[in-house]
Design a protein around this ligand. Sequence first.
Ligand SMILES: Nc1ncnc2c1ncn2[C@@H]1O[C@H](COP(=O)(O)OP(=O)(O)OP(=O)(O)O)[C@@H](O)[C@H]1O
Ligand SMILES: [Mg+2]
Length: 242
Amino acid sequence: MLLSIHNLTVEIAGKEVLHEVNLSIDHGETHVLFGKNGSGKTTLLMAIMGFSGCRVTQGKILFKDTDITYLPISERARMGIGMSFQRPPTIRGVKVHDLIKTFNNNDDATIEQIVNSLNFTEFMERDINLGFSGGEIKKSELLQLIVQNPELILLDEPESGVDLENIKVIGKVIKKLLQKNLRRQRVKAGLVITHTGLILNYLEADKGHLMLNGMIICEGNPREMFETIQNSGYEECIRCQR
Ligand SMILES: Nc1ncnc2c1ncn2[C@@H]1O[C@H](COP(=O)(O)OP(=O)(O)OP(=O)(O)O)[C@@H](O)[C@H]1O
Ligand SMILES: [Mg+2]
């Protein structure tokens, strides 16, 4: 397994938000995380990434067989975990271009190609996320993530607030990022949160997980799970579990 989470219980500001979560992602797999607002999806991604506000009170997180439960974010990023945020901060005084330049994983031509594929050239000289629209923020996040070249990609609602044309743009980029190679093996693994399900059209997702009240209550085929949620709502998932 690339990532394995065992019995993870997490508190934020003294409130238990995740309860005994178990979830494993193998090399090259893409998993999808569903769940109602406030169920703990973002918190799970933040706990994997290692944000200090997430206090682990029980359980552990293994990445590439190393226990990372108490490692700082920087170490986890260096090991190959990257995240695009649902609501990233604005960073005044730092242009997108300046930040992208600090990652030396890519040559100029590769960066230009990624920027072009996202139609993002005109935003490169602007301060990070300052005054960006919802869709522009999602592109900015995706660009920053790609240039980090992580092995495990955590995407928190990459298509939310994005118009239908730009979903195609973002979807194609994500598809390329997480696609299988010619041997049908993918190099990168992903954990993707979605409410709309639109991003599923661009992913060959291997497994879905449904989170409710900080617990994973169901796992299965992501498309079937999405259809059930769309047609019958989360209530059906709760009934089905009982
Ligand atoms: N700093 C905090 N203080 C108090 N409660 C918090 C804090 N951060 C998160 N929570 C609570 O933790 C719960 C889970 O939040 P989280 O953002 O993980 O949900 P989510 O599943 O991502 O929801 P959404 O679909 O709306 O993005 C929510 O009830 C939220 O209010
Ligand atoms: Mg969230």
